[in-house]
Design a binder for this molecule. Structure first.
Ligand code: ADP
Length: 494
């Protein structure tokens, strides 16, 4: 095992990795920008290195500075987390050049899976079902119309280099094709520097079901069951659960086998996720994420596998700890992403200071977060406050537990997605497990009506809890008193 690693990320995922380090007796190095000086993860780490200003290219996207920080501190490996440089093969290449281990798959694998056309071609070769469509880039609009007519409308135009839900357009009829092609090509060039787009069948009500995979550097590859992530806004996940409410042993075996085939075919090692769209009993490869994912904790809850520790063990050259038979699914887990966003205003990001904070606890509750009371969510980076994760014996218990945990969660000062999650936990379609990627839009009215009710209930509850929180004035007075006591006792010691 490594003695020391550097975490090239921030927030909750940096803490999650550092927690695994602490359990494995590995020293951790945080890197941070000026905006993260007071962040929890920065001070949780054993060592910290300032990268630069808040700007991404001066900090979390600056490969040279990150490599230098690793060299300076003697870190033997770099964990990229998710987002930022996590799927940038140049980080792998630079790390390798300097004799530093990148905790993840090799650069070639990251590169080929980062390109939607290349990954589709590879998956077809591997014998994994793919969505009907072009396996080459399409640039000519007439050709695009012909292809769409052959596949049958609706189709989706996608940027091959796309990611994060950007660079995709569904097209329902021939007349929309010219505009949609031009707009998607423009977005593709603007956001990803590559205007290549391709076309595939647009599935109208698919479920997003993904499989966690684990592979060591000696070809041993297993899947660690499934997650359903159909509750999304702007193609971004909001609620995930494991297993999928529709999963059966037979389907898990089939889809799991495809996921393992996918990973093996490309010589994958580390943790990874093979994402599928599922509709009418059929499933199709969507993409592979060559990193740890935000929603990994729900898999940890239902399988008892610590995915980050496995990731570190694999990178340090160990064999997989588990065989496929060791992976047993027990119970059900749900994750709600608590973001500083206004769910009544199209999920507009709303960073700011958290003035009151009390996270839920009790049986089956896990919080992965990087915030604390009086912490300011910065507008420089994403708006996640925490991930609230619960586990229970079955889906019903997990939902009751999530409802209870949400009711205990107090976050004041900024709007959050808490009311949204409370509304979903009461939604009849959600309770029935009737999910697809359009769930949020299709249930918009019901969710909004319910949100107004829960916001009123929250106000009443906050009033009852008032006495358990100190008033702002009292907090300021106590902070001042403690500060002056500390200065005095320091002076006395000197
Ligand atoms: P990104 O890399 O930007 O995250 P993905 O290819 O993973 O893009 O797709 C993200 C989401 O877009 C999926 O979860 C799904 O909701 C929707 N989507 C993508 N392709 C299709 C398709 N062919 N039919 C229907 N929905 C799709």
């Amino acid at each position: 095992m490594f003695n020391k690693i550097l975490i090239a990320n921030r927030g909750e995922i940096a803490i999650r990795v550092m927690r695994a380090c602490r359990e494995l007796d590995v020293k951790s190095v945080a890197v941070y920008s000026e905006a993260d000086e007071k962040s929890l993860y920065t001070n949780y780490a054993d060592e910290k290195v300032l990268l630069g200003s808040a700007s991404l290219k001066d900090s979390y996207l600056n490969i040279d500075k990150i490599i230098n920080a690793a060299l300076e501190t003697g870190a033997e490996a770099i964990h990229p987390g998710y987002g930022f440089l996590a799927e940038n093969p140049n980080l792998n290449l630079e790390a390798e050049k300097h004799g530093i281990k990148l905790i993840g798959p090799n650069a070639d694998v990251v590169k080929s899976m980062g390109d939607k056309i290349t990954s589709k071609q590879l998956m077809k070769k591997a014998g994994v079902p793919i969505i009907e469509g072009t396996e080459e880039g399409v640039s000519d609009v007439d050709e695009a119309v012909e292809i769409a007519e052959n596949i049958g409308f609706p189709v989706i135009i996608k940027a091959s280099a796309g990611g994060g839900g950007i660079g995709m357009r569904a097209v329902y009829e021939k007349e929309e094709m010219v505009r949609a092609m031009e707009a998607t090509q423009k977005d593709a060039l603007k956001y990803f520097g590559d205007s290549t787009v391709f076309i595939e069948k647009y599935l109208e009500k698919p479920r997003h079901i993904e499989f966690q995979v684990l592979a060591d550097e000696y070809g041993n590859t297993i899947h660690v069951a499934d997650r359903e992530c159909s509750i999304q806004r702007r193609h971004q996940k909001l609620i995930e659960e494991a297993p999928s409410p529709i999963m059966t042993d037979e389907l898990r075996e089939r889809m799991g086998e495809s996921a393992v085939k996918a990973a093996k075919h490309i010589g994958y090692s580390s943790t990874g996720t093979v994402e599928f769209l599922y509709e009418n009993g059929e499933y199709y490869f969507l993409e592979m994420n060559t990193r740890i994912q935000v929603e990994h904790p729900i898999t940890e809850i239902i399988t008892n596998v610590d995915l980050i520790k496995e990731q570190l063990k694999i990178a340090s050259g160990n064999d997989l700890t588990y065989s496929q038979e060791d992976i047993v699914v027990r119970g059900h887990a749900i994750e709600c992403r608590i973001n500083a966003e206004d769910p009544l205003n199209d999920f507009k990001p709303n960073p700011g200071k958290i003035t009151r904070y009390r996270s839920p606890g009790g049986p089956g509750v896990r919080i992965d977060s990087g915030v604390y009371i009086n912490y300011t969510i910065t507008a420089n980076y994403d708006s996640m406050i925490s991930k609230l994760i619960v586990g229970g014996q079955n889906r019903n218990e997990a939902i009751s537990r999530m409802k209870r945990a949400l009711s205990e969660y107090v976050i004041s000062g900024i709007p959050t997605t808490l009311p949204f999650h409370k509304a979903i936990m009461k939604n009849q379609n959600f309770l029935n497990g009737e999910l697809n990627t359009h769930f949020v839009d299709d249930n918009k009215k019901g969710i909004e009506d319910e949100m107004y009710i829960v916001i009123q209930e929250d106000l009443d509850r906050m009033n009852r809890l008032k006495s358990t929180f100190l008033s702002e004035k009292k907090i300021a007075a106590i902070t001042a008193a403690v500060g002056s006591y500390m200065t005095q006792s320091k002076k006395q010691k000197e």
